[in-house]
Design a protein around this ligand. Structure first.
Ligand code: 4GW
Ligand code: MN
Length: 344
């Protein structure tokens, strides 16, 4: 018996051991089933792919996320919300049907300067605007030029008005560019409040290349500069001299905005332009000029008066720039110019 019980011992231990392992195995499975493991990088990618096929609206955002993973660069501009919860407008992040209905009676102004040799850019600018800018909405073009007689009026759709205004041609190009702020202070106070609800300010050496509609409209909006959209803030070309009214200290500022496309409600652009114009005058008194003229003052204003919408570089692109794969729709693009030739 002893021999038998001795011979039974290992097999009992074996059976109990096996049972314990089996039970542990079952518990393991039970724990695994209801609690999926954290997704691996590969699974995250697959998850994104599923969304792409299911919902077109998430396509661009998802792709951007994957692109961000593929480059070790700053992600802020590729988000769809700023840290102060303003939307960053990327293709596919809004429903245009809803927005178009909301804005069915909205009146929109498009402000542009075409002085001296830049008159050559006006016709393609206006023609492209007829094709892509706020199509189906009420639009007034506010064109300022020293060559009113040379303006070729585009064929315009119903509900669209062209206003031509004479403006002095400053000798220095920097002054031409900055003069826009001064004109804005006058028009946003005197004329525009009764004529339009929103004003969009643009460079003329650009063409609309794809839809630009009411999705851009907000109390105050500005476009991320396409050169800096993946840059760290310390490399933004803000005015860094404390003596200038456009000064932005290191550590401040969210995006580098380009002065070639921004806007807002008329009263907001009045506030913006008066602040910038006052800064320009203060600097002139000190015999200094901000690094990038009115763009520097605009950037300073937007650091302390956060825009309610930020436009992605879809709204200002230059086809010479790298990283174009991030920008699915190039809606407003720079016309390539011979800088020597357009110099006054
Ligand atoms: C260099 O010789 C010049 S001329 C730089 C600007 C010039 C200029 C600018 C001009 O002779 N006439 C003019 O109407 N402008 C306006 O200012 C025009 O609306 C133009 O788009 C805007 C800003 O100048 P820009 O487009 O040359 O600036 P960036 O290089 O920033 O695009
Ligand atoms: Mn320009």
């Amino acid at each position: 018996m002893q021999g038998n019980s001795k011979s039974m011992l290992p097999s009992r231990t074996y059976i109990i051991g096996t049972l314990v392992v089996f039970i542990l195995f079952l518990i393991g499975i039970c724990i695994q089933i209801p609690t999926p493991a954290a997704p691996s990088k590969q699974e995250e990618t697959n998850h994104c792919s599923d969304q792409v096929t299911e919902k077109a609206i998430e396509l661009a955002h998802c792709e951007r996320k994957l692109l961000v993973k593929s480059v070790n660069k700053r992600k802020m501009a590729l988000n769809v919300l700023t840290p102060w919860l303003a939307p960053i407008i990327w293709d596919g992040t809004y429903n245009l049907n809803i927005l178009d209905k909301q804005h069915s009676s909205t009146r929109i102004g498009l402000f542009v300067f075409a002085v001296k040799k830049y008159i050559r850019f006006l016709q393609p600018f206006l023609e492209s605007a007829e094709r892509y800018f706020m199509v189906g909405h009420k639009v007034t073009y506010y064109v300022f030029t020293d060559k009113v007689d040379e303006v070729v009026k585009p064929k315009m759709a119903d509900g669209r008005i062209l206003q031509l205004h004479n403006v002095v041609a400053d000798q220095r190009w920097q002054d031409v560019s900055m003069r826009r702020m001064e004109i804005l202070t006058v028009y946003t106070k005197e004329y525009m409040p009764s004529e339009i609800d929103y004003l969009v300010c643009a460079d003329v050496d650009m063409v609309f290349n794809d839809h630009v509609g009411v999705e851009i409209l907000g109390d105050l909006f500005a476009t991320i500069h396409p050169v800096f959209f993946l840059s760290e803030p310390q490399s933004f070309t803000y005015e860094r001299r404390p003596i200038s009214a456009a000064y932005i200290p290191y550590g401040q500022g969210d995006f580098y905005y380009m002065a070639a496309f921004y806007g807002g409600k008329v009263d907001e652009i009045y506030k913006l332009s008066t602040t910038c114009q006052n800064g320009i005058i203060e600097d002139k008194k000190k015999n200094i000029e901000a690094l990038w003229q009115e763009e520097s003052h605009l950037n300073r204003y937007l650091v302390y008066n956060k825009p309610t919408k930020v436009l992605s570089p879809e709204y200002i692109w230059d086809t010479n720039l790298p990283l174009g794969e991030f920008i699915k729709k190039k809606r407003f693009i720079a016309v390539h110019k011979d800088h020597q030739e357009v110099r006054n």
